[in-house]
Design a protein around this ligand. Sequence first.
Ligand code: NDP
Length: 330
Amino acid sequence: MTDFRALRLHKTDTSAPDIAIERLTTDDLSTGNVLIANEFSSLNYKDALAVTGQGKIIRDFPMIPGIDAAGTVLESSDPNFRDGEHVILTGHGVGETHTGGMSEQVRVPGSYLVKTPKALDSRQAMQFGTGGLTGMLCVLALLDSGLKPADGPIAVSGAGGGVGGIATTVLSTLGYEVHAITGRESEHARLKALGAAEILNRTDFARDPKPLESTRFAGAIDTVGGQVLATFIPQIMYNGVIAATGNAGGFKFSTTVFPFILRNIRLQGVDSVHAPSEIRDRAWQLLSENVTTDQLEASTRTIGIEQVLDTAERLINNEVSGRILIDVHA
Ligand code: NDP
């Protein structure tokens, strides 16, 4: 049996994560009917929590982290996936309870996979990665609610991050006026280049909001939760929609029912982990049709699995921006 290289986490201990690059065989992989020759994974906020041992993301050890992957099918007994076909893997507990993407080989049930859209190769697919899929699912939540560009500006929080950056790019490509909220001045030029019409400072949202305030956003995509979410809810226009997907700024927030009742505001949660495959297929297709990865190239940094731990620590400390691509063969 041929062996391959993977990153393995042996226990979670925030002071000294027990993580190593090892040579493994398929016996070390979780079960599934599709074996993938992996090319790329990506480093997401959840991966950073997992490999640094914060957030108790991983409970079964040893574990290969990596919540996403893109490569080609090596062996398959799933009728939907043929040998040599390009596939994308996200969610379903991969890199948490099922061995994940920071490995040259990955084995999963076929139901976890989507076929890579024709316009993308594996590198481009992971330039989007879970962050891109989630950003697109948030955009779809707004589109499917009927929100049109003419309705008014859309706020995007955590815009300097992976999900927020992709949401900014997709919305502006589709003609929406994006007001990007960031805590980092160093992100302003990059967000303008991604298509943001206005940049708002996160500190303006770090306050106790009034139950209702002057309205200025037709909708919002929120990746940070907490005080920021609580502060823009009373500023959303009548019939507005908020797609909320993350909690980098805290999972608790306090608000009143007034915006929801008096302004008909809808707050919709978006989770990519268990999104049905039809919705994932649709999101990947729309991503590949509406965003060229050229737009993301300047925001993408590629690392090898040796650099994962160090980069994860910096991601948690909000010291990296954009998308981090992991070349599993580098
Ligand atoms: P990143 O770390 O790339 O981005 C998070 C951004 O949030 C940062 O860049 C920063 O933006 C902002 N931020 C960080 N700390 C704080 C803070 N204390 N208060 C307010 N804002 C803060 O992460 P991702 O984009 O990968 O993920 C964002 C969130 O979405 C995470 O909570 C993640 O778990 C969640 N997520 C959910 C998914 C789902 O399926 N539900 C899938 C993927 C992600 P800036 O510097 O611009 O202020």
